[in-house]
Design a binder for this molecule. Structure first.
Ligand code: 2P0
Length: 370
């Protein structure tokens, strides 16, 4: 347990933000500007519901300096460890403070306590949910707001929060919104747009996240992005992405799972082909993942189920299917891959903000383990 674990007392007002992860259907891979997180291409994602980061924030009363934030990552009901990248997070918080200032005060250092309902760094976008929750929690604590309506009254909308979260981690911008979210790169870093394009109600889908490998990945996404343009396949990929994104949006609009599934499988394999042909070569999965996806394709071809995979920057496949088929698909997966476990997730509604005195219940690994 680290010494700087935030200790929140009853008379301090603590805000709590929770933000879901999201699964990209058309991927963000490669940046035109790494400092500003300006992506090389447009992407579209589905916001999740159960795989979330929960972050509480309190203004520190006796901090030695304004940038002395205390950042702890909760690993159990009683234990916390220091956040892995304190420096990056502090830099982001100081940048965020400057953005918030025109809308209200943003004074003091923050006590931040965070946890994930899922294992980190294994292909579930923990930086997406992490930076989304951090952005909302810090903004609420600094502005003294308790909910999105109060933030709105100050002139801070979800669009602002999404744009700010993007600076922390690109994919975080999509986790602020619910449903299906499109991130348009625009013609310059300042003309990017993040739009929720279809609601949760439009098409609730199941995402079975199959944990076949829980090891942390060896190349961070930020490093992987930087390598993308060294791949000879990158420009070929970019030339076809506009058309693929249009087809993907049409498949979502028409709730056509077979069409969407065919698109997302090709898309995720293409992204990994870019990763594997980058210099240095970047492998985010091994034989366990290959066995799984070839089994999934064969089983589908035999008519056993209607489910399609996509992959993030990690080895654990996301299997998309209709909610009414989910129990059977999940049972078949667990029967064939008995040492795996499955997070049974679904389309969700974005970041939430609540005010409370205590951190709340800790849900260790709060997912459907096996
Ligand atoms: C995505 N990924 O669209 C893609 C697909 C992983 C594979 O965005 O450097 O953690 O913080 O902007 O957002 C992961 O990259 O990278 C990612 P940074 P991020 O979800």
């Amino acid at each position: 347990m680290v010494k700087n674990t935030p200790q929140q007392t009853e008379n301090e007002t603590t805000v709590r933000a929770t933000a879901p992860s999201n699964i990209a259907l058309i991927k963000y891979w490669g940046k035109s500007d790494a400092t500003l997180n300006w992506p090389a291409n447009d992407s579209i994602s589905m916001t999740l519901s159960r795989a979330r980061t929960i972050t509480s924030a309190t203004i520190r009363s006796n901090a030695p300096a304004e940038n002395c934030h205390r950042l702890a990552f909760r690993t159990s009901a009683t234990k916390s460890i220091a956040v892995r990248d304190q420096e990056k997070t502090t830099r982001f918080l100081e940048w965020l403070r400057r953005e918030i200032k025109p809308y209200g005060s943003a004074e003091g250092a923050l006590d931040l306590l965070t946890y994930n309902s899922f294992p980190s760094s294994c292909g579930i976008a923990s930086s997406a949910s992490g930076f989304a929750a951090l952005t909302v929690a810090a903004t609420a604590a600094w502005t003294g707001t308790k909910n999105f309506a109060e933030l709105h009254d100050l002139g801070i909308s979800r669009a602002h929060l999404s744009d700010w979260a993007r600076r922390g981690s690109g994919s975080a911008c999509r986790s602020i919104h619910g449903g299906f979210v499109q991130w348009e790169r625009g013609h310059s870093p300042n003309t990017q747009k993040i739009n929720p394009v279809f609601s949760v109600e439009h098409w609730p889908l199941t995402d079975l996240i199959v944990l076949i490998d829980r090891g942390a990945k060896s190349t961070s996404s930020t490093e992987g992005h930087a390598r993308a343009f060294t791949s000879p396949l990158m420009n070929v990929r970019l030339s076809g992405l506009g058309e693929r994104l249009k087809n993907c949006a049409q498949a979502i609009e028409g709730r056509d799972l077979e069409r969407l599934g065919t698109i997302i499988e090709a898309e995720s394999i293409e992204m990994h082909a870019v990763m594997m042909t980058s210099n240095p070569r970047t492998d985010y999965f091994g034989s366990a993942t290959i066995n799984f996806i070839s089994w999934l394709r064969k089983s589908r071809a035999k008519g056993e189920f209607s489910a399609w995979f996509t992959l993030d920057a990690g080895p654990n496949p996301h299997v998309l299917c209709r909610p009414e088929d989910a129990a059977a698909v999940k049972a078949t997966i667990l029967q064939n891959f008995p040492s795996s476990s499955v997070i049974h997730d679904q389309t969700g509604s974005g970041a939430i903000l609540e005010s409370e005195q205590n951190f709340g219940e800790f849900i260790p690994g709060g997912f459907d383990g096996h």
